[in-house]
Design a protein around this ligand. Structure first.
Ligand code: DOR
Ligand code: ZN
Ligand code: ZN
Length: 443
């Protein structure tokens, strides 16, 4: 039968990096190895000199649809994903309206099937009074809970409502937190002190305590400092089931960049000191995923009187990480762990994130030697800018295959809207909607 043979590339496999071939038949990888017979394939792609990576998975993006499509929509956002080497993204629910009930979620799911170019999973959003309803939204990849306010109006800052969600959402599914403490944020912002690390540390300590109390899974969004990693380490040692992610902007930008960029560098949680960014880089082995937190706003909004927080990141994350690999600060193995295997494991996407027989034929071909300047190739995100513009990087996405189909080729998107699918978690079969266990009585 037909099939697509990607030949002679440097394969980033779960077991290590090796020269070899990948055969995709239909939508699925069927063979991985050296010297797969050419006769088995109808189409051969020569990958000599290229890296062959598993399709990347971004577990944290804001695609702005519905309600913010002047910034981004499901088609432009997934085009940016493809340009960045992502074949799957998990979208946050702080849209307008937010995805907080069965109806808004079902509508967003339909739009994904109509408009997406790569696969998209959707988070449900927690509110003060929807803990029973979101706990039964089994198509969601997780629940997002904002402990402190950020863009949009999703906020669950009262202990009573946090207890309801931590206690009711299925224990085996990821409850993802924006862990900046609401009271601390309000106090520091009203004293013009921004959002110091203490806001994140207080929010995180609370989230970890709640997760331990209910013996449930927790996923911590955008960890920014070594201090947060130390809290997570301590919680893990106590048996708390916690995973976490870090963003490229917190790894590679810092306070001096925030000053240089002005409103374009404004983001929640904010850019930290160079020492914090260095500690985050040094602690990457304790991090489960890189997440871009792609949060596009237009230049007009960013330069207006009330610049919203958030930065686009889909098109720059992989080149920035590959540049760290070229500098020998990071291994290629770590890049695929953080950008493909890790997100697949955390969010229960068993058929994604690896180049292995049985997995989806999601493949990225990268020229590891290509040096280029961010911004010289037009951005596909509708917002059209990047906080990394002007920076030289090494490593360029050449082609992207989604489930065996060529979706992106050197700047051009080749598949129509609707080629992407709604991603549903597949491996949380042990997850249960059973009532939460009786809370620990220990404080
Ligand atoms: O800076 C941010 N922007 N932080 C968030 O938590 C939300 C995001 C957005 O949606 O713009
Ligand atoms: Zn957040
Ligand atoms: Zn976010």
């Amino acid at each position: 039968m037909g099939g697509l043979l990607i030949r002679g590339g440097t394969l980033a496999l779960p077991g290590g990096v090796t020269l070899g071939d990948v055969l995709i038949e239909g939508e699925v990888i069927t063979h991985v190895g050296a010297g797969i017979a050419r006769a088995e394939a109808a189409q051969v792609v020569d990958a000599a000199g290229l890296l062959v990576l598993p399709g990347l998975i971004d577990p944290h993006v804001h695609l702005r649809e519905p309600g913010g499509t002047h910034k981004e929509d499901l088609t432009s956002g997934t085009a940016a994903a493809l340009a960045g080497g992502f074949t799957a993204v998990l979208a946050m629910p702080n849209t307008s309206p937010p995805l907080t009930d069965r109806e808004t979620f079902a509508q967003a799911a339909r739009r994904v099937e109509e408009k997406a170019l790569c696969d998209v999973g959707l988070f449900a959003g927690a509110t003060a009074d929807n803990s029973a309803e979101v706990a039964t939204l089994r198509e969601a990849v997780g629940l997002k809970l904002y402990m402190g306010s950020s863009t949009g109006n999703l906020l669950v800052d009262k202990l009573e409502d946090q207890l309801a969600h931590f206690g009711t959402y299925p224990r085996e599914l990821p409850l993802a937190v924006h862990a900046e403490d609401a009271e601390a944020v309000t106090w520091f912002e009203s004293h013009s002190r921004g959002r110091p690390v203490l806001c994140a540390a207080l929010g995180l300590a609370r989230a970890l305590s709640l997760a331990g109390h209910y013996r449930r899974r927790l996923h911590v969004c955008h960890v920014t400092t070594g201090r947060e990693l130390a809290l997570i380490r301590a919680a893990r040692e106590m048996g708390v089931r916690v995973t976490c992610e870090a963003t490229p902007h917190h790894l590679f930008l810092a306070t001096a960049d925030a000053e240089r960029l002005g409103p374009l560098g404004r983001v929640n949680p904010p850019l930290r000191s160079p020492a914090d960014a260095a500690a985050l880089r040094a602690g990457l082995r304790e991090v489960d995923c890189i997440a871009t937190d792609h949060a596009p706003h237009t230049l007009e909004e960013k330069r207006g009187p009330h610049p919203p927080a958030g930065l686009p990141g889909l098109e720059t994350a992989l080149p920035l990480l590959l540049t760290a690999v070229a500098r020998r600060d990071l291994s290629l193995r770590e890049v695929t762990r953080l950008m493909a295997e890790g997100p697949a494991r955390v969010f229960g996407l068993a058929h994604k994130g690896r180049i292995a027989p049985g997995c989806d034929g999601d493949i990225v071909l990268v020229d590891p030697a290509a040096k280029w300047i961010i911004g010289e190739r037009a951005f596909l995100t509708r917002c059209g800018w990047s906080p990394f513009a002007g920076q030289e990087v090494q490593g360029r996405v050449e082609r992207v295959f989604v489930r065996g189909r060529l979706a992106y080729d050197e700047g051009r998107v080749l598949l129509p809207p609707g080629s992407g699918r709604l991603l549903r978690p597949t491996t949380h079969t042990a997850a249960t909607t059973a009532a939460a266990p009786a809370p620990n009585i220990d404080p």
